[in-house]
Design a protein around this ligand. Sequence first.
Ligand SMILES: [Zn+2]
Ligand SMILES: [Zn+2]
Length: 282
Amino acid sequence: MSEAGERAKPLLDWDFHTHTVYSRHAHPDMSVLGSLRAAAAAGMKRYVILEHVPEISTRRATMQFWKHGRNERDQLDAIAADLEIHRSNFPQIQILRGVEVDADPFNLDGSAMLDDFSGIDVVVGSTHVFPGGEAFWFDRVRLPPDAGLRVAHQWREWVVRFIRAGQIHVLAHPGDLLGARQLIPPFNAPEIAGFFDPVFEAMADQGVAFELNELLQRKIGPAYRESYPDLIKHARSFGVQFSLGSDAHRTDDVGRYEWVYELIAASGLTEADWWNPPAAPA
Ligand SMILES: [Zn+2]
Ligand SMILES: [Zn+2]
């Protein structure tokens, strides 16, 4: 890359989506202290440490177990306890506590799988499960050939209710389930023009940010990765703002953006498009 190109690269010194060992599926180096050291080394100025509710781990490999994780927030409280000890060693970083909470896939009423958000600064909302709760997004579910769009519409109505319920600040990795399981054609396909309108309208109304998630590139197929800037530009046209997250599960990935830089360049996002988290209580 030319020097001018290097200079043009915006400085992204925040990361609003990082996991810890309390996920039970992150690398052992991702203790809260390990994570904070990595954030400092990466020059982060604002940083969200979060964990899943319900927990998604080998312990929760079945829907049955996952379902029982509703309202279990020990992992969030464990992060808080560690932050009590280590936070003061990192005065240069604004550290926020987060949760990555799933929408309830069983009732599809827009409620979250957690009722008690006390002590949480940033609520990132996800749909890691198929609407109806049969399977996780990564399960290779066999759908009849005509079922994709039907499930996609079900997902859309559900996520609009989730956004409009007013509990989340950020929608995590939008398009993940749809793109990973190819429930709709790629994001630039004329057949689905307008498909996301109700979602982006709801996000703009509620001030819910669209997350640019570095890890998402590994979850969706090439045609979805390549057309992702179209999805971003479409969201932006509704006045939606954008959050940034590495979704790091190991220290090497903290604050590390590669695909996200490409997305920003390809979709022409500027400083005015960044979402800012609510300030943490002093
Ligand atoms: Zn996620
Ligand atoms: Zn995550």
